[in-house]
Design a protein around this ligand. Structure first.
Ligand SMILES: Nc1ncnc2c1ncn2[C@@H]1O[C@H](COP(=O)(O)OP(=O)(O)OP(=O)(O)O)[C@@H](O)[C@H]1O
Ligand SMILES: [Mg+2]
Length: 426
């Protein structure tokens, strides 16, 4: 030992302190990496990110190797400092050396590298991952031993080490991530992404056209009327039934029969021969599920049925897509197929407008778990057969019934502003 010059001992001590700083820094860097960015970079082929991702799949092992290294160099540094103190000043200097070394390690090998790593985790973690990967392979048996012993100790006090990599984003977390993406994702796109998540919570009843609004062909009607209807139809697909839509026989696709219609002598039998099986959707089907079903079965519209087989309404692919991207409309006055802005700034709204549409277009926040349509809302408030001219407040907004049909509201006028005197309940 006598042969080693003190200067070499000092140099080694400095080297150990630097190494210790590298270990501390890489620990903090790996732990504060943004996991989603890392995964993204790894998918793009960034090698450092790929290795970091693999390392972090077993955090106990990386931590094991980092701590093993860190403790080893710290203890070695301490022994060295003791040796230097003994050589230079004798036993009395050992305590002073310990104090000094503590300070030096704290500043240069802990606080400074860890702060740096926390500020630039990627720049530290990715290069460090290469080294740690190598170290982990070299020291694996030792790390394994340390981990096993530590886990055994933990199990005595009933702490279980689960596979941390399984931690996935919940819906709400994902929503937060999207909303906090800030300028990285344009506002409209963020809106769409959140709408896709919201699809989970809505069902086909929320978007369907209620049965009273379904435009179809009643085979009991005079044939000349039916021909008229087929030729002038606004919709491409219509249910064909006898008497009521509950007795639906199939769907007619108007474009497919247009040739026959033009050629003339199109008979009810011809129509029945051209019908396509109706596509039924059980009530309560989530919009997400329904979207996939439409896609797989190559359907565009379907009839929503309840458990008794009664038809509740018609759900269309377009309407689910509108939930995600907003309305598809070319007419600036027509906000949706059932909400129209009038010149005086009020809205003329069909009774069949859905609560979700009202919320979306007018910026309302009506409860979507109650009635699904404006008509339903009005009936719930009035509790009587509605009459034209009746006014009421919905969520503080004045609504006037304009036209009724049978026992339901056909159209209503809505003031877009709440009168100042009206306080919103709750
Ligand atoms: N028979 C129908 N009765 C009432 N509303 C319908 C009917 N068919 C479609 N709709 C409504 O019309 C809108 C457009 O739907 P869709 O695009 O599927 O029909 P379309 O425009 O007639 O068909 P296409 O776009 O293939 O010509 C949807 O909002 C849907 O709810
Ligand atoms: Mg269309």
């Amino acid at each position: 030992m006598e042969a080693i010059p003190v200067s070499l001992l000092f140099a080694t001590l400095g080297g150990l302190i630097i190494l210790s700083g590298c270990f501390s820094g890489s620990e903090t860097a790996l732990m504060s990496l943004n996991r989603y960015r890392m995964r993204h970079l790894a998918k793009q082929g960034h090698r450092g990110a790929r290795i970091a991702e693999r390392l972090l799949q077993r955090p106990d092992r990386v931590l094991g190797v980092i701590l093993l290294g860190n403790n080893f160099v710290n203890i070695a540094a301490s022994s060295l400092a003791t040796l230097i103190a003994l050589r230079l000043y004798g036993e009395s200097a050992i305590a002073v050396a310990a104090g000094l070394l503590t300070l030096v390690i704290l500043i240069f090998a802990e606080v400074a590298p860890k702060t740096l790593a926390a500020v630039h985790p990627e720049r530290v973690a990715f290069p460090a991952s290469y080294v740690l990967w190598l170290l982990l392979r070299l020291l694996y048996p030792l790390v394994w031993l340390v981990n096993t012993a530590a886990n055994a100790l933990l199990s005595i006090i009933r702490v279980r080490v689960e596979d941390v990599s399984a931690a996935e984003l919940s819906q709400d977390e994902l929503r937060t991530v999207v909303n906090e993406a800030g300028d990285m994702i344009p506002r409209r796109h963020r809106h769409m992404l959140v709408s896709i998540l919201d699809l989970e919570e809505a069902t086909v009843e929320d978007i369907m056209i209620p049965r009273t609004e379904i435009v179809g062909i009643d085979l009991d009607d005079p044939w000349s009327e039916t021909l008229e209807r087929l030729t002038n139809s606004q919709y491409t697909r219509m249910p064909v039934y006898r008497g009521t839509v509950d007795h639906v026989m199939g769907f007619v696709h108007v474009r497919r029969i247009v040739g026959d219609l033009v050629r003339g002598n199109f008979t009810p039998e011809d129509l029945q021969a051209r019908l396509k099986e109706p596509f039924f959707i059980p009530e309560g089907t989530g919009l997400h599920t329904q979207l996939l079903k439409f896609q797989r079965q190559r359907e565009r519209v379907g009839l929503v049925v309840d458990e008794y087989g009664e038809i509740l309404g018609l759900a269309a692919l377009d309407d689910i897509l509108e939930e995600i991207v907003g309305e598809f409309t070319t007419d600036p006055g027509t906000l949706t197929r059932s909400i129209n802005r009038q010149d005086d700034g009020t809205y003329l709204v069909e009774g069949s407008a859905t609560v979700r549409e009202l919320n979306r277009v007018l910026g309302w926040e009506l409860e979507t778990s109650g009635p699904k349509t404006l008509n339903g809302l009005i009936l719930e408030r009035l509790e009587t057969i509605p009459e034209a001219g009746t006014s009421l407040l919905i969520d503080g907004y004045p609504v006037t019934i304009v036209q009724t049909q049978g026992n339901r509201v056909k159209t209503a006028e809505i003031q877009p502003e709440r009168p100042p005197s009206v306080q919103r309940p709750g």
